[in-house]
Ligand binder design. Sequence first.
Ligand SMILES: Nc1ncnc2c1ncn2[C@@H]1O[C@H](COP(=O)(O)OP(=O)(O)O)[C@@H](O)[C@H]1O
Ligand SMILES: [Mg+2]
Length: 286
Amino acid sequence: MIKIENEYINFPKKVKENNYKKQNHQPRSIHNPNRTKTHKLNLGLSSPIVNNTMKKIDTGIEGFNKLLYGGLPKGRAYLVSGEPGTGKTMFSLQFLLTGVRQGEKAIYITIDERPEHIILDAEALGWDIQPYLNDGRLQIIDATKHFSTAKNKNFDVKKIVTDIIGYVETSKATRLAIDPIAPLIFSDDAFPDVVEYIRNLIFSIENNTGCTTLLTSYVPMGSEKVSSIGIEEFAASGIIVLKLVKLNNKRIRTIGVRKMRGTRIDLTEYSFEILEKRGVVLRQPI
Ligand SMILES: Nc1ncnc2c1ncn2[C@@H]1O[C@H](COP(=O)(O)OP(=O)(O)O)[C@@H](O)[C@H]1O
Ligand SMILES: [Mg+2]
């Protein structure tokens, strides 16, 4: 039996409704007089902001940790940006599976694609994810329905944020992927909601879950942007950019780290391949 949640809104009620309110619209500025108070309210001792030594986690992407001088700083939210087909979904799954194989719990929230497709894609790549789905170490949450109705103005941003936080807390997941973060980007009507949703989601996840999170963000074909509307890139703690570029009449995949709070980074872009079983594998600098 594949463990898939078909309804998005079936999270336990013990979700901390207040977490959302406490930090709603608190910009992360040192000039914000409420900043200290907000963080005291929301952050535990394990918070990356409280700790001076930043713990790093293995991304599981072959050759990628060295660009981050060891791995991704734990407990923060990162943007994985790229055009369609650049490998964002595979990258995110690989990140989650790496944790799961090391005994962690992981949650993948799919907003664009049906969970069945995600599972088939993973299996086509030679990743046997069924055992992890069966024992609940990996959960794929289907949010496709929820977001397809979002265009009908019934889009409850606060509920989405609190539900995601609650779900992560209940399951004790340490790795989370939301793929993609802003599905309503091209709907002008929904613009204010999307901005609010992204900002609150990122701040709430970072301050309340301790989970290391990847948020995928699609950019239009041929665009030099790293995010759809610009909010994600400021709110996220780091940006990983995936591209398909033309080199000598061939299209090659590239990966680069654009920004990463709390660690040195190697800004060099590397070519990469998506290989059977191994997934995303970095090759040489370009
Ligand atoms: N089984 C596979 N073997 C090799 N490459 C694959 C396999 N599955 C997917 N890919 C590559 O990954 C690409 C899609 O990656 P994906 O993570 O779905 O992109 P994105 O989420 O950015 O749209 C495909 O275009 C294909 O080139
Ligand atoms: Mg995808």
